[in-house]
Design a protein around this ligand. Structure first.
Ligand code: MN
Ligand code: MN
Length: 313
């Protein structure tokens, strides 16, 4: 029998250790098919801080999630060995040192054949994770959900920050640029050409206003056609979703995606060759209701449900 989330009939859901989905906490990825990993980092943030508390709060809000996905029929714990690998021990005084700590951690995870599902943390962490992913798989396809393109050349003169990871990823050849989709982009910018650079790299941009009121099922069919069997990473910034549903984040932008659209995006990744995913930018100090962390926890479960080997493809 594979690891199972602790049942609400064995221990009340408000009791016990708050691991992700009440899974066992382990210290080695060996033997795991997938693992939840926290990266409690917020020193790459430009505006409201607090994502260092994201992993812990997402774990707390995950306590109600049961193991069977009623909508898709996915029962990930039937076929995958899954655990909570705890948090990456970042250096909260040094972004640069934290980056190499994160890359090293993920290289060990990936070498063990374990697919990482990350609880952020600010979006800076997508860069060191992508370095480890590309070291194993080569340049990957990317589904990137976000209000922001995160392709700034620098922020306050710094090349590493939560608004620059995908610029660096392109420069370091970590992405298969013609298989990159950025979904949910919006908000005010500095100039009319703010989004030109990613388009010039070959990215497909899907601004939020172009998909307001729409199902994203057709979009995801297009995404699957384009990406095919190329190893694919999903990076999900919670601020891609409207602040009405996910206001507990550092850089909120109005007019965002709905929760059903977020589910359509993740469920639409089901037939892709997923090699990793993250859910970043949950900031509990700004999440008075806990809804943002609750949403983040459930989206991470949905990500687990679309990994290879869970649903018949
Ligand atoms: Mn972002
Ligand atoms: Mn963002």
């Amino acid at each position: 029998m594979k690891n199972q989330p602790l049942s609400g009939n064995a221990m009340p859901r408000f009791g016990g250790i708050a691991s992700m989905m009440r899974l066992p906490v382990v210290d080695s990825p060996v033997g795991l098919d997938a693992a939840f990993i926290g990266v409690p980092l917020d020193i790459g943030t430009s505006h409201r801080p607090g994502t260092r508390f994201g992993p812990r709060q997402i774990r707390a809000e995950s306590a109600l999630i049961r193991p069977y996905n009623m909508a898709t029929g996915a029962a990930p714990f039937d076929t995958l060995q899954v655990a909570d690998l705890g948090d990456v021990p970042i250096n909260t005084y040094s972004l640069e040192k934290s980056l190499s700590i994160i890359t090293n951690f993920y290289q060990t995870v990936l070498q063990a054949g374990c697919i990482p599902l990350t609880l952020g943390g600010d979006h800076t962490i997508a860069l060191p994770i992508s370095r480890a992913v590309a070291a194993k798989h080569g340049p990957v396809a990317l589904v990137h959900v976000d209000a922001h393109a995160d392709v700034n050349p620098d922020m306050f003169g710094e090349r590493i920050a939560h608004g620059t990871p995908f610029r660096r990823a392109v420069e370091e050849n970590l992405l298969d640029c013609h298989k990159v989709f950025q979904i949910g982009l919006r908000g005010s910018g500095y100039a009319a050409d703010d989004f030109d650079w990613p388009r010039q790299q070959g990215f497909t941009l899907v601004p939020a206003h172009e998909v307001w009121y729409q199902s994203l099922v057709p979009l995801m069919a297009r995404v699957r056609d384009t990406i095919g069997n190329t190893p694919c990473y999903l990076s999900f910034d919670i601020d891609g979703i409207d602040p009405a549903y996910a206001g507990g984040t550092g850089t909120p932008e109005i007019g965002g995606l709905s929760v059903p659209q977020a589910l359509e995006i993740i469920r639409g990744c089901c037939k892709l060759n997923m090699v990793g995913a993250d859910l970043v930018e949950v900031s509990p100090p700004y999440d008075a209701s806990g809804n943002t962390a609750l949403l983040g926890a459930n989206l991470l479960f949905e990500m687990l449900c679309v990994l290879p080997g869970v649903l018949k493809r």
